[in-house]
Write a protein that binds this ligand. Structure first.
Ligand code: AMP
Ligand code: ZN
Length: 117
């Protein structure tokens, strides 16, 4: 069923507590934790507990949770003292997606390049 945990998914295992993560925020439906390979002083991933392969699939199936993901990303930035930050949703291997469980990257704490790529 859509949204059900996948046994071969790294982020489902983090949600289940089977793989440790540095959690910074948690709600009933979302989890925010530090990226293991940070690309900026603040690099946090916000994910839904439910498994969807990417952000658009999440938004199609559970738009309220997709909205909560964005709100939580903003709260992470605020908690980190960031007024300026970047949210990134990689979608598909060709765009750099390596974990196929919806997530948004929250990046900040340094000057971010003006270009998108
Ligand atoms: P993406 O490339 O958009 O799919 O992002 C996946 C992110 O997950 C990468 O930035 C990885 O560094 C990060 N990542 C992979 N394994 C872990 C882990 N065990 N804990 C935290 N972040 C991870
Ligand atoms: Zn998953």
């Amino acid at each position: 069923m859509a949204g059900e945990p996948q046994s071969d998914c790294l982020f489902c295992k983090i949600v289940a507590g089977e793989i440790p993560a540095t959690v910074v925020r948690k709600t009933e439906r979302t989890l925010a934790f530090r990226d293991i390979n940070p690309q900026a002083p603040t690099h946090v991933l916000v994910i839904p507990h439910a498994h969807y392969p990417n952000a658009a699939a999440l938004a199609e199936a559970e738009p309220e949770v997709a909205g909560e993901l964005l709100a939580e990303a903003g709260r992470v930035a605020a908690d980190e003292g960031l007024s300026d930050y970047r949210l990134i949703f990689n979608t598909g291997a060709g765009a750099g997606q390596t974990v196929f469980h919806a997530h948004v990257h929250v990046l900040g704490g340094r000057q971010l390049h003006e270009g998108l790529v």
